[in-house]
Design a protein around this ligand. Structure first.
Ligand SMILES: [Zn+2]
Length: 300
């Protein structure tokens, strides 16, 4: 019973991390971290924002929560006096798309993968958090969507967004500033803690591992990586994240093969050896286990 309560509590904590109360928004400060080449990472609450500045205007990646839009716009105005031309969503989750409607109303062109458009334009339910998410009003929907990849040519950069299948969700995109060695991964990478994997939106830990492994072949020791959550990262951080996910699968697979239920597996505290390093961030260990267990059990 205690275990069940603790699983419930950890999911509750994850939920509150994803959806702040108004008071908490008031306290949020937007931090602007220069990445190089006129590119910045903005941290506030929710997913990390990527910004490219230059003569052609502002290119933006994700927009956190709706109440933060004024603070985010104020932070952007300190690094560019140009208008925001495009905003691309790395996936549909509301801690990355909450500002869409505010930006759409200002004439910003919103771009995302086809599945982001599908999910934002219809009511959603995130099973892990038991959270219903209503459809986004028209002004907040992407006006351009793509099925595979798209490249923006502005500010002297070639900014390529490409879709990766079934990782954090079914609509994830990675954004690469080509020739500049800078990447925004969206939520396929949580730097320093267990990730949330939204299986009810088509996510899978196996997809997360695959994407991280493939990204590792594309980066070098000088690559600057803006993760979906957590501090600015480098190749080693991504390698550590990938290796952790691999160890998680290796550790949990034998338990599912023995036919243990989630509750029985949780009692064994199988991720104990990883928790100190990875378990005090976005999701606590039990919540993380509960979100990946069935995927591993179902994996043939
Ligand atoms: Zn997410």
């Amino acid at each position: 019973m205690v275990r069940i309560i603790s699983i419930f509590l950890s999911l509750f904590m994850a939920l509150t991390t994803l959806s702040y109360g108004q008071n908490q928004y008031d306290k949020v400060e937007i931090k602007t971290i220069p990445v190089g080449e006129g590119i910045y990472m903005l941290q506030g609450a929710g997913g990390n924002i990527g910004i490219s500045t230059g003569d052609d205007g502002v290119f933006m990646i994700d927009d956190q929560f709706s109440p933060l839009t004024p603070k985010i716009l104020s932070a952007i105005s300190k690094i560019s006096d140009k208008p925001i031309k495009f905003m691309i969503n790395t996936h549909w989750h509301y801690d990355h798309t909450g500002g869409n409607e505010n930006l759409g109303k200002k004439g910003v062109v919103i771009v995302a993968h086809d599945n982001v458009y599908k999910r934002l334009s219809t009511d959603q339910f995130i099973v892990a958090f038991k959270k219903a998410v209503p459809a986004t009003p028209k002004d907040g929907l992407p006006v351009v969507s793509f099925n595979d990849q798209v490249t923006f040519h502005m500010n002297g950069l070639h900014i390529k967004a490409y879709h990766v299948k079934n990782a954090h969700t079914d609509g994830d995109s990675i954004i690469i500033f080509k020739d500049k060695n800078i990447i925004h991964t969206g939520d396929i990478f949580f730097n320093g803690f267990y990730p949330f994997i939204d299986t009810s939106s088509g996510g899978s830990i196996y997809g997360m591992i695959e994407v991280a492994a493939s990204l590792l072949t594309q980066v070098d020791d000088n690559t600057k990586i803006i993760p979906g959550h957590g501090p600015l990262a480098n190749k080693q951080d991504l390698q550590n994240f990938h290796d952790m996910l691999v160890r998680v699968v290796e550790t949990i697979t034998p338990l599912t093969k023995k036919g243990l239920s989630l509750e029985e597996a949780t009692k064994r505290d199988p991720l104990k050896y990883l928790n100190e390093e990875w378990g005090d961030g976005f999701l606590n260990p039990n919540a993380f286990l509960s979100t990946i267990y069935q995927t591993i059990a179902d994996h043939k």
